[in-house]
Design a protein around this ligand. Structure first.
Ligand code: NZQ
Ligand code: ZN
Length: 386
């Protein structure tokens, strides 16, 4: 097992009604709050009114309209409000897009240069405003991690900024807020969570037995409850288990003792930067193709273990079990009506070469991933997805 440090400073408040803690918790940082949210779902669900009422003694500034796959321009707008109004704390109400934009705003507000500099060179992040979160879609784990993924529309880059200063101080996770999610978003959240755990499970070091065991439990949880939440949006048991699974899926717990670069996310980030598709749609299309490409005599035992532990495949032969596991992943995605090919989301092959280059340039997939991939290999995976 590799050496590791494990230190997550986020205070999680999980369950019904936990939003009530906001006034007391936010007042620790000051009175001036930047309320960040998306395209309006929180107004439709009534959460906006609840929060405004709870925070009636605070000075609230608002930044709305954060788009899925959040853009640098939104970050710049938020940072300029924070600087001008001397904001004390940022309250992100939404999912990964709103939280990630808030994280980037938090550090861009404390920096005098161009906000994109901080993405290109994390060492420039010296300070950040505190962030609190009210989570309304479970998928990314951003509520309890230090990463933020931002798109620069001009350069067509979608890159991650990641530093301990960006951990939210507080995250309210109330599963009842998930009841209003459209089916498509419920499916996307489950696929993204499964992918996060797979990215950490399929890494070069396989001696971290305990971490892999925990990962399998989280993946089984996603497989067990995704379809339930998809069919019955108000099923609290399903929603609460999925919500905690997605937080655990990417809060660093499932990577301790392991190490290496992720395989599918770096390719997907290029796809969604070029075509602005839903992150998990890209993952659903790419994951089986990546598995097929990575499967070999050498990797078959691990793919077989995945198939047996997560999807209850009983086949004894490793290679056969591994192949069945790939079929199970395809079936899981299909059961949630996720697209299986790029053609279903309007992506043709004209930019595959450029995309393969970009995926290798912006990540460690060529050097540190489970099965190392060069540009030709990524190109082949993209071709398989046509
Ligand atoms: O904008 P509104 O109107 O709020 O609607 C949102 C949005 O359209 C809607 N929604 C959210 N909660 C809802 C709701 N609709 C009804 N009821 C509710 N309770 O859902 C849509 C999607 O929201 P978004 O925040 O984009 O989803 P998600 O949490 O999946 O975030 C995706 C972004 O996070 C990045 C992705 O690349 C993408 O940009 N990621 C961030 C990571 C991280 N910070 O650690 C890791 C991930 O791998 C990922 O890359
Ligand atoms: Zn993801």
């Amino acid at each position: 097992m590799n050496n590791f440090t494990f230190n997550i400073p986020t205070d999680i408040r999980f369950g019904r009604g936990q939003v009530e803690c906001l006034p007391e918790e936010l007042s620790k940082y000051g009175k001036r709050v930047l309320l960040v949210y998306g395209g309006g779902s929180i107004k439709k669900t009534g959460l906006y009114d609840t929060i405004k009422e709870l925070l009636s003694d605070f000075e609230i500034y608002e930044l709305n309209g954060i788009e899925p796959n959040p853009k640098l321009t939104s970050v710049e707008a938020g940072a300029s409000v924070c600087k001008e109004k001397k904001v004390d704390v940022i309250l992100a109400v939404g999912g990964g897009s709103v939280i990630d934009a808030s994280k980037h705003i938090a550090c861009a507000s404390c920096y005098d240069g161009d906000a994109w500099d901080l993405v290109l060179d994390r060492s420039l992040v010296k300070k950040a405003l505190p962030i609190a979160v009210v989570l309304t879609i479970c998928a990314t784990g951003s509520e309890m991690n230090s990463g933020a993924v931002i798109t620069n529309e001009k350069t067509k880059e979608k890159l991650e900024i990641n530093t301990p200063l960006l951990y939210p101080r507080l995250s309210v996770c109330d599963p009842t807020y998930l009841f209003t999610l459209p089916k498509k978003q419920t499916a996307a959240g489950a696929v993204d969570t499964l992918s996060h755990v797979m990215e950490q499970y399929f890494q070069p070091n396989d001696e971290a037995y305990i971490t892999d065991e925990l990962s399998e439990a989280v993946m089984r949880t996603v497989v067990k409850y995704a379809k339930v939440a998809y069919e019955v949006p108000t099923d609290y048991e399903a929603r609460s288990n999925l919500m905690w699974a997605s937080t655990l899926g990417l809060n660093h717990l499932l990577t301790v003792g392991k190490g290496g670069a992720w395989s599918v996310h770096p390719i997907e980030h290029v796809v969604s930067a070029f075509y602005d598709i839903t992150h998990a749609v890209g993952l659903a299309i790419l994951t089986p193709a990546w598995m097929e490409s990575a499967l070999s005599d050498e990797t078959a035992p691990r793919f077989a273990r995945f198939a047996r532990e997560v999807f209850h495949v009983s086949e004894k032969d490793d290679m056969k079990a591994a192949v069945l596991g790939i079929e199970k992943v395809k079936a899981f995605n299909k059961s949630l009506d996720m697209p299986a090919k790029f053609s279903e989301v309007g992506i043709a092959d004209e930019r595959f070469e450029e995309m393969a280059k970009e995926a290798v340039r912006t990540s460690g997939i060529a050097k540190r991933s489970y099965v190392k991939m060069d540009e030709a290999c990524v190109y082949e995976i993209l071709e398989k997805c046509k």
